[in-house]
Every structure is written in structure tokens, then in C-alpha cells.
Design a protein around this ligand. Structure first.
Ligand code: ATR
Length: 276
């Protein structure tokens, strides 16, 4: 007789749109893991108690999404160094009577850039747009790739300056407002704002995109996102949306939980072609 499946899930609010159950379902089938992965829509006020209940009932691991990533870092009994750096957790894993907090977002982006897209970061000039939670998790992993310069530009300049001050020991990084950006093209421009949710793009000078610039949107959708359309219209070399980052951060969580790394390529292709 088969043992009961191990329990996993994603906790967010709202979370109904999440593709994580689909992705982890494909990973589990591919690697023959006896596990289930569910959606947990939990309001911020209930986060601690619901997550504690999940683990007390034998749950093995959770992904954590908006708006709970900082609360998850506070919940975890221990943090990996990268989660500690990010001050945010997207993966909780039960380890004995402890719950480990990790952050796989940055590793997911780096793996998508380097492995899937063959984009060079070492020695290049990188611009991140946005200074919220999405940006926070990827700054340290990008600096580890030794770009010649990393600029974090935000609509609210002070927020960018405050954020980069947490990472200044890791490399050449500075924060500024959109209007203070140097007027020349970057090699890589990453959109980490939530402007696309309202159908918009961050109001930056189009000079930051040149014919050799790779543009990466951490958001994704079935059709081109507003930022991807904007980037193509400005004549960039490539514009990519964040499906790869989504799948790679999930694979990194899956590996932490199950000790096996799924093959992300086929999952990414299914996901892109079946996006709602
Ligand atoms: P989260 O932490 O979940 O990423 P957030 O803290 O609200 O969410 O951050 C969202 C990011 O998108 C911020 O950098 C925000 O800029 P501000 O700090 O100036 O608010 C940015 N953002 C949201 N809508 C935007 C828009 N229409 N244009 C430019 N930036 C926008």
C-alpha cells in the first residue's frame, strides 16, 4: 500500500492565479515524488497561525508569495544566508522540529539568465527598475555575478537608495530615481516594478535601452507584457518575460524539499504554451 503523500503548498493573498501547483505537479510526476501541492489563501492577520498549523499537522514545505514574504522570514526558525540577505522568504521547509526559510527568487533569475537565455552578466552594466520585494530578492545574487555596475532605479528615489545601502558591501551598486538615471544604454534592464499589473510601464528615459540591450520582465503573461512591448518598441536586442524565473525558483524550492532537481525545460515549454 502507498504511504500518504507528503504535503506542500503555496501560501499567498490572493493566490488563486498562482501557477505553482501546476509547476510542482509536473515536477512531482517527472521525478516520481509522492506529494501533493495545494493553494492556501491566507490573509496577513492569519499568516502565523495558519502556517504553524500546517507544519504542526505534518506539512513538509510551503512556497510563500505576496504579501507574506517578510512575515515568512520572521516565522522561520532559521534562515539560509541568501534569505537573511534578502530579508524575505519564498520557501519554508520543515527540518525535524525546525522550519528553515530560504529565498530561491534570485537563484531562479540567475539560472534563467545564465543557463536558459545565455545572457552574460559579469562585467556588464545592469539596471533594475523598482525597489520593492521583487527587487530586494535579486540584488545580492546579481552582484555575485560581478557586473561592472548595478543601478537600482525607483519611482520613489529614497526607497532605492535605502535598499541598495543593504548591499553596498557586495559590489558596485547605487540607487536613484528614474529621472537621475545616466542617459546611456545598459546591457541588461530588469523590470521588478509592479507597474505592469495596471497595464503600465515605469516612466524611464528610453535612452536606457539600446540595440544591444537585453530587457527582462520579472512579470509574465500569455501575451507580451507592457514592459516587453515597450522594450521591443525601443529596438532592444531581446525582451523576455519572467516564465523562466518562475520555473527555476520553483525547481530550486523543489530540490530543497525533495533532494532531487527536476528538468525545467519541458515544464517551461508547457507553461508558456498554456498560460491563461
Ligand atoms: P512588492 O514589495 O510586493 O514588490 P511594492 O513594495 O509595492 O511591492 O513595490 C512595487 C514596486 O513597483 C515599487 O518599486 C514601486 O515603486 P514605488 O516604490 O515608487 O511605489 C513600483 N511601481 C509600482 N507601480 C509603478 C508604476 N506605475 N510606475 C513605476 N513604478 C511602479
Amino acid at each position: 500500500m502507498n504511504a500518504d503523500p507528503d504535503q506542500y503548498g503555496v501560501v499567498g493573498h490572493p493566490v488563486g492565479h498562482s501557477r505553482s501547483p501546476f509547476i510542482h505537479g509536473l515536477f512531482a510526476r517527472q521525478t516520481q515524488q509522492n506529494m501533493v501541492y495545494r493553494l492556501y489563501d491566507v490573509a496577513p492577520a492569519d499568516f502565523r497561525i495558519k502556517v504553524a498549523e500546517f507544519f504542526a499537522a505534518g506539512g513538509c514545505g510551503l512556497n510563500v508569495t505576496v504579501p507574506h514574504k517578510v512575515a515568512a522570514a520572521e516565522f522561520a526558525s532559521e534562515l539560509t544566508p541568501r534569505a537573511e540577505r534578502a530579508g524575505a522568504v519564498n520557501t519554508l521547509a520543515r527540518q525535524g522540529d525546525k522550519v528553515l526559510g530560504d529565498n530561491t527568487d534570485g537563484a531562479g533569475l540567475v539560472r534563467d539568465l545564465l543557463t536558459n537565455l545565455d545572457v552574460q552578466v559579469a562585467g556588464t552594466r545592469v539596471l533594475i527598475l523598482g525597489a520593492g520585494g521583487a527587487s530586494r530578492g535579486v540584488i545580492a545574487p546579481l552582484l555575485e555575478l560581478a557586473p561592472s555596475e548595478l543601478v537600482v532605479a525607483n519611482r520613489t528615489a529614497d526607497k532605492a537608495r535605502d535598499l541598495v545601502s543593504l548591499f553596498s558591501d557586495l559590489g558596485n551598486v547605487r540607487g536613484c530615481g528614474f529621472e537621475d538615471l545616466p542617459l546611456r544604454a545598459f546591457d541588461l534592464v530588469i523590470n521588478a516594478t509592479s507597474a505592469g499589473l495596471g497595464g503600465g510601464v515605469p516612466k524611464v528615459s528610453e535612452v536606457v535601452v539600446g540595440p544591444a540591450t537585453v530587457c527582462y520582465d520579472m512579470s509574465y503573461g500569455r501575451a507580451d507584457t507592457p514592459f516587453v512591448r515597450w522594450a521591443w518598441d525601443r529596438g532592444c536586442a531581446r525582451a523576455v518575460q519572467g516564465w523562466g524565473m518562475l520555473v527555476e525558483q520553483a525547481a530550486e524550492s523543489f530540490q530543497l524539499w525533495r533532494g532531487v532537481r527536476p528538468d525545467t525545460g519541458p515544464v517551461l515549454r508547457v507553461l508558456e504554451s498554456t498560460a491563461p
